[in-house]
Write a protein that binds this ligand. Structure first.
Ligand code: ZN
Length: 151
């Protein structure tokens, strides 16, 4: 990756960090889940309103570092209108990208997150929202924590 691209990626992440998209609670969320990354102090709650099998609305609230907020923001943008199956498929792709740095096909804007791979201490900040997403889709009541997770 060239330095120019790295700068561009950082710009997108900074933008989503400063102005997170879909940053609000949903009243009628069919599923919600909480995620904690004690290593960094990131906390977030994800809200999903399903219409049948389709994610009609998705939002989050929380606090944490720039990477965790930007990832959650990008996640909500990417998943609005997607089916639950598509969301799970995207989770797999993004997880691979965050842990290996390889950018899979059809991840779109989420490719900006591939740079996180270079900062191992930040990988859990970026996977937090995605693990929380799975928990919300599965209706898990226990908060997600990255502490015992591999990434
Ligand atoms: Zn963090």
């Amino acid at each position: 990756m060239s330095d120019e691209l790295t700068d561009l990626y950082q710009e997108v992440i900074l933008d989503h960090c400063k102005r997170p998209r879909n940053f609000r609670e949903l009243d009628c969320a069919s599923c919600t889940a909480r995620g904690d990354n004690p290593l960094c102090g990131d906390q977030l709650t994800l809200f999903i309103q399903l219409d049948g099998d389709t994610i009609r609305e998705i939002s989050f609230v929380g606090s944490g570092c720039c990477i965790s907020k930007a990832t959650a923001s990008l996640l909500t943008e990417a998943l609005k209108g997607k089916t639950v199956a598509e969301a799970r498929a995207l989770f797999e792709k993004v997880h691979t990208m965050l842990t290996t740095g390889a950018v899979p096909e059809s991840v779109g804007k989420l490719a900006v997150l591939s740079g996180v791979h270079k900062y191992p201490a930040r990988v859990k900040c970026a996977t937090l929202a995605w693990h929380t997403l799975l928990a919300a889709l599965e209706g898990r009541a226990e908060p997600v924590t990255t502490e015992s997770d591999e990434a």
